[in-house]
Design a protein. Sequence first.
Length: 132
Amino acid sequence: MSVQYVNPPNMHISPVFSQGIILPANARLLLIGGQNAVNAQGEMVGKGDIVKQTELALDNMQKVLAAAGAGLEHLVRTMIIMRADADLNAAFGVWMKVWGQRPNPPTVTGLLVAALANPDFLIEIEAQAVLP
C-alpha cells in the first residue's frame, strides 16, 4: 500500500497542499523539528525579512530531508508557524515557489503566534515525511 492523497472533488483542490493523506501501516516517518532562519554557523539570517527567513527555513528543511534520503516530494505534512505580525502571503508565496509543480503536495497548516523562541524569528516550519 502506498501513500494515498485525499482531495474530495467537492472541496478546493490546491496545487500546494492536500486536504488529507492516508499513510500505509508500514511507513517510515521522518519527523522534522521546527526549522527557522539559522544558518550553519548558528547565525540568525534575515532579521525583519519574512521572505529571506522562509527561504532559509525551507532550505534547512530540505537539508534534513536529504540527510534522511528523502526530498520535498516525500513530505506528507507541514506546519508553518509565523509571528502574527509577519506577512503570511509573502511566506506562503515562498512555499509555493519552492514546492513548484510537484504532484501530491503535503497537508499544510498555518499558525499565527504572538512570538517564537527568538524575538527576531518571524517563521518556523516543521514537517513530516514518509521515507522512500
